[in-house]
Design a protein around this ligand. Sequence first.
Ligand code: PMV
Length: 332
Amino acid sequence: MRPVDVVDRLLKDRNRTPGTEGRAYAPVNIALCKYWGKRDRALRLPVTSSLSVSLPELGADTTVRPAETADRFILNGHPVPATDPSATRLSRFLDLFRGDPHPHFEVCSVSTVPLAAGLASSASGFAALVLALDAYFAWNLDRRALSILARLGSGSACRSVYDGFVEWHAGERADGMDSFAEPLRRAWPGLCVGWLRISDAPKAVSSREAMERTTSTSPLYRAWPGRVANDLHTLRTAIREGDFETFGRTAESNALAMHATMLDSWPPILYWHPRTVEVLHDIWRARAEGLPCYFTMDAGPNVKLLFERASRPDLCARFPGINVIEPFCIRS
Ligand code: PMV
């Protein structure tokens, strides 16, 4: 099955005539148990399930309108050249949805996260785009269908159609219709995610390439699916029981295990900068001194700290420049 067949099946006889405008917002999400490795590259089907938390204040606000002769992308107010790889990727994704009349799209997106720095900007970007397309064509698809469509753009984007804790079920079917995300419906009011910006520079190896290299060359990767099954179970229980120590330890260890499979690949992949290593040692030192904090990292050098509100003043003093988000704090 091809992505276009999945789209045809989900849209059935829904409207392909565009309206005048569709706009939507989607948050970034940080995986606590990582998605690492695909079982189907074209459909972006994962080897394992994964679990994330969305960060409502960081994300993409995207507007879709008809364009005259070709797709036009405007990112944070700046036109993206048609030759830019991100424009090519977006146009290829939009090929799945072209309307009649007005087959071309103008996509304006304002992102509050730096791009390509391992901060899940593509997840919020593709999720916001799918939600904006849903509004543009007035499809009124349910969240499950929207999650599947977002997955076709970027795997982790399927989790960004929800707030809070979100689990992406790997599914078993070849057509991927059972591979979508769902919210856990559990809140953790005092949870904090602190984002330490180490570098915004685009990464040398894309997460897509890193995943492929890992699954095809790392002997350690064979242990990854079993590891994820255990970590998912432990994390779900820790979230249910509000057990922060188990929650933090499991998330940190899962991220390190993912990076271990990258180091075990050939040629090896190491996203960490010297400053990343310094920060990890600082976190371990803070913890040894009694400050309950853990970290997670994605395919990039940046570090995200996990801690509870009671530790916030101490953490902010210890890590100046930290950007703290409380995912479950509703802002008025
Ligand atoms: O969705 P992608 O292709 O950007 O992959 C994301 C992979 C990680 O961020 C490293 C892990 C995850 O689950 O988000």
